[in-house]
Design a protein around this ligand. Structure first.
Ligand SMILES: Nc1ncnc2c1ncn2[C@@H]1O[C@H](COP(=O)(O)OP(=O)(O)OP(=O)(O)O)[C@@H](O)[C@H]1O
Ligand SMILES: [Mg+2]
Length: 231
């Protein structure tokens, strides 16, 4: 589905991505875990074409999409849900969804989005600013689905959400996988990532230093966590 080969990226003077290799099989959920500032968001932004890689390759479903502009990456089937959700606070739920709409109703018409996110239906005419954190996250995901992605990039969706809401979010992400959407998830919440991902990758200083199936990760978790994730 998605393959990153030796991806390097610079932001200003810092060498943020230092040879990222990653393979996301179709229909799977891969999570990238890592401490603050290791380059997780930059990886997603580079895939999306928002950061230009200085070297390396990005392959999407057998096509080399390196250096494609963001609109073209989106059209090729990649949906991006940025860190912090970035919904429009002054627009209603409905208006937020319409912004992402290319042409009406293909794979995810409003009726289907509201089936997946019942709370959004109830809040249809409320402004973004008046939604809870969980509702905002759902809206951000729903907005990305309007573009009919086959691959969804989720940047720290669990951030700041209460346990009950996290459980709903987990269910939604699993449902999307059932619907055939592949997902690249960036997380700092190890429990959340573990509960949903098929594959776990760990990023340290702009590089993937560990990648394994979730079950293998669970077996090795103590060692891996103390080596790469604890401060
Ligand atoms: N515009 C920028 N110019 C220079 N350096 C930047 C810029 N944006 C980010 N960086 C640096 O690049 C590094 C990686 O940032 P990135 O946002 O990808 O990390 P992250 O893993 O997503 O972190 P977090 O967990 O805090 O979200 C950080 O050290 C950050 O300070
Ligand atoms: Mg980040």
């Amino acid at each position: 589905m998605l393959r990153l080969k030796g991806l390097n990226a610079h932001l200003g003077r810092s060498h943020v991505l230092q040879g990222v290799d990653l393979d996301l099989p179709r229909g799977r959920i891969s999570a990238i875990l890592g401490r603050n500032g290791v380059g997780k968001t930059t990886t997603l932004r580079t895939v999306m074409g928002l950061v230009a890689p200085s070297s390396g390759e990005i392959w999407l479903e057998g096509r080399d999409v390196t250096h494609w502009p963001p609109f073209r990456v989106a059209r090729a089937g990649v949906g991006y849900v940025p860190e912090g959700r970035m919904i429009f606070p002054d627009l209603t739920v409905l208006e937020n969804l319409r912004v992402g709409e290319r042409r009406p109703a293909h794979a995810w018409p409003l009726s289907r989005l509201f089936e997946l996110f019942p709370p959004l239906k109830e809040r249809e005419r409320n402004r973004g600013a008046h939604l809870s954190g969980g509702e905002q996250q759902m809206l951000a995901i729903a907005r990305a689905l309007v573009g009919d992605p086959s691959l969804l990039l989720l940047d720290e969706p669990s951030q700041g959400l209460a346990p009950l809401v996290l459980r709903e979010l987990l269910a939604v992400i699993k449902k999307l996988r059932e619907e055939g959407v592949s997902i690249l998830l960036v997380e700092q919440n190890l429990r959340f990532a573990e509960a949903v991902a098929d594959e776990i990758a760990i990023m340290v200083k702009g590089r993937i230093v560990y990648a394994a199936s979730a079950s293998r990760f669970r077996a090795e978790e103590e060692t891996i966590r103390s080596r790469y994730l604890t401060l």
